[in-house]
Design a protein around this ligand. Sequence first.
Ligand SMILES: CCCC(=O)SCCNC(=O)CCNC(=O)[C@H](O)C(C)(C)COP(=O)(O)OP(=O)(O)OC[C@H]1O[C@@H](n2cnc3c(N)ncnc32)[C@H](O)[C@@H]1OP(=O)(O)O
Length: 311
Amino acid sequence: MVLCTLRHQLLKSSRCCGSTVRLLQRKSSGCVYSSIHGFDKEEIRQKLQAFPGGSIDLLKQDSGIAVLTINNPSRMNAFSGSMMVDLEERVTELEDWADGKGLIVQGAAGTFSSGSDLNAVRAISNPEDGMKMCMFMQNALTRLLRLPLISVALVEGKALGGGSELTTACDFRLMASDSVIQFVHKHMGLVPGWGGASRLVRIVGSQAALKLLGGAIKVDSELGLNIGLADDVLEANEAAAGGETRLQQAEKWLSRYTKGPAPVIQAVKRVVLSGRELPLSDALRAEKDVFGTVWGGPANLQALAKNSKHK
Ligand SMILES: CCCC(=O)SCCNC(=O)CCNC(=O)[C@H](O)C(C)(C)COP(=O)(O)OP(=O)(O)OC[C@H]1O[C@@H](n2cnc3c(N)ncnc32)[C@H](O)[C@@H]1OP(=O)(O)O
C-alpha cells in the first residue's frame, strides 16, 4: 500500500507546477502509517505532549542549508515526548521550504542525542502506547529522509538508541573524530523502533547491521568509515580545523553537493530517492517525471544561453 502510494504520487509529480510537486512530495514522502494501520496521529500527539522538555530548533539559512538542533542538553539531548511532536512539525516546515537544498541535523552542547527520554519510556512502557510512539517516529523520520534536501547528521559526542536511529534518517553521517554511534537497544531489552534497523541494513548491509545491533557495538569514527556508516570524519577540535567549528566544517562538506539552483538540487534528491525506494521500472518513470520538471526550466535555459556564447 505505502509503496504504490509513493509510486503513484511520484509519477504524478511531473505534470505539476513547483508548489504542487512539493505538495505531492509531502504526501508521497509520507506516512508509513495512517488510520488503516490503527494510527491516530492526533491521539498520540496528545499523549506525547504530556512529556515536556527540550525542543527541536530549526534555522533556515539564505544559503539553502538549514540546521535542525536537538536541544535538551540537561538530558544529553534525549527526546522528550514534546520533542517528538516538535520534530514532526519541523519536518513539515522543511517539506514546504521552496528554497531549501540541504539540511544538517545536530545536537546541542556538543553531543548528538541519547535517544528516547527514559522517563517517557517508563511512562508509556505498555506495548500499545510503545507501538503508537514508534509509528509516530517512523512517520516523522521517513518524511525526514524523504525531504527533497540533501541531509547530513553531524555526530558529536554520543548518538545512542533513538539518537543512533536518527543518524540513519539522514542521507549522510559526518562523525567527529571522538564521537560514538551506538545502537544500545539490546541493553534496554529492545530493538530499534524508529525505523533505525530497516535503514541501517540498507546503509551497512545485513551482516554489519546484525553485529551492530546484536553486539550493541560502539561505532567510533574509524569503524564508522570502515563499515560505511560514516561518510567522513570531522577534525576533533577547531585548532585542527583551522579555526572552523564542526558545524562550519559540516556546512563546507555539504555545500560541495548543494551548489546550484534549489529546484535542481531538489530534483537531484528526488531522482535518487525514487532510485533508492522504487522498483526499477517505477524509478525510471519517476526519473522521467522529475526530469520533466527541470527540462526547459529557468536553470536549463540559462545554462543553454551561457553555452551558446562559447560557439
Ligand atoms: C526506540 C528508542 C529507544 C531508546 O532510545 S531507549 C534510550 C536509549 N538511550 C540510553 O539508554 C542512554 C541513556 N543515557 C546514558 O547512557 C548516559 O546518560 C550517557 C548518554 C552515556 C551519558 O552519560 P554521562 O556522560 O555519565 O552523563 P549522565 O548519565 O550523568 O547524563 C547526564 C544527565 O542526562 C540524563 N540522561 C541521559 N540520557 C538520558 C535519557 N535517554 N533519558 C533521560 N535522561 C537522560 C541523565 O539522567 C543525567 O541526568 P541527571 O543529571 O542525573 O539529572
